[in-house]
Write a protein that binds this ligand. Sequence first.
Ligand SMILES: [Zn+2]
Length: 403
Amino acid sequence: MFNRISPPLDLNASKKIPDIAKDIESKLDPKIEEKFPIDDSSVNITKEFEGFEKEIIEPIDAPIEIDDTDDSDQSGSAIEKVLEEGFEAIAFYKSFRFINQNPAPGYWGIFYIKPRVRALHKEIRLDLGRPSDQCLEELLKLLYGHEIYHYKVDATCLEHEAFSNKLIYRQYRNYVGRLPMSDWWEEAVANHYGLQQIDSNFQKYFEDFVRNSPGAYSNGVYKDDGSPFIPRARLAEQITQSLAGQYWHLGGDLINDVLFNTLKLSGFRSNKRTLKYDGDPQLSNTLALKNCPQYWISWYRAGKVINGLKPVSLREVTNEYIPKYLAGEIVKKTDHEFFRIDNGEQIKCPNPHNKDVMPHELKNIVRKAGMSIQDFWVERAKTNTWRRNIPRPIPVKPMTSSD
Ligand SMILES: [Zn+2]
């Protein structure tokens, strides 16, 4: 079934890629360890998956079981997750550079979170009333198109690093990681790329889906009026901007070179519904799109290496966001900390044995402060991570479940 969506994988090439990357990265200047000390501390399990013992990883050619008899009403849940957290709540790309880190140590590539794909597939099927296998195929095409774009950015950066010996990808990721979701332009282009893979019968449905996604994810809708697709240029700017501070003393040549090449990357126009798996003009044969492996995964340990699944540290929430931005004061300390914040609400913090706060926990916390997750990221950037213009001038009423 999946072969219709992507060509067979060249397993040899895909196994070689992490070593090639390691070799290239070991020659970069400055040394990676100087800029990015190894930090594998950020490991967390999303709550609904807590029952799983370990991550089960299966090659994507194993078909997904569809249980058409299961009519328990969960509608809204999987769609809601995407609308809150972005596409990485359903599938994610893990770089070959981080092969040994969580989630799925020892593997890299595109991972489809099986229970969530299954739930989302079911919701789409109920919404559209179209044949089950068609709905699944279109959903997987959308997800594949999105995630393969992340690989494309990664692989293109690796090629520039091989030529320039300059640290590009990690620098760029680090830079974007500190920006609010509304500035994650790579996600906009990835969604755009995904939408281009979809059959016209499903186009409107998935466009709405993208349009209602959080932050820059929503900017992926294709405007067919001849106007330029802005997120591409924004992405190119970001990649070069993240380098500018580091390398601008070397003169304009390197920056111009990288800008030129990343503009090519972002200006790449895939023809509608045809991804160029083999003959991508910008990638070497080894790095061809088809060599990015794909897996089902039963659940995941969120880690800092995954775009979008970026947990916030508990320390940031309890030492900065709540006391500084929300003027919160500790009212009780059991195995959890309880704060009273500016609008009179009480916030219970996650147990400290988890070092990170996951999106669903963060959502509960920020709602008490009258904020959405998107508001959180916007305010975080505006206040320079809760350092400027704090506490917030006016308390905001908490959100209720109907908001
Ligand atoms: Zn993404």
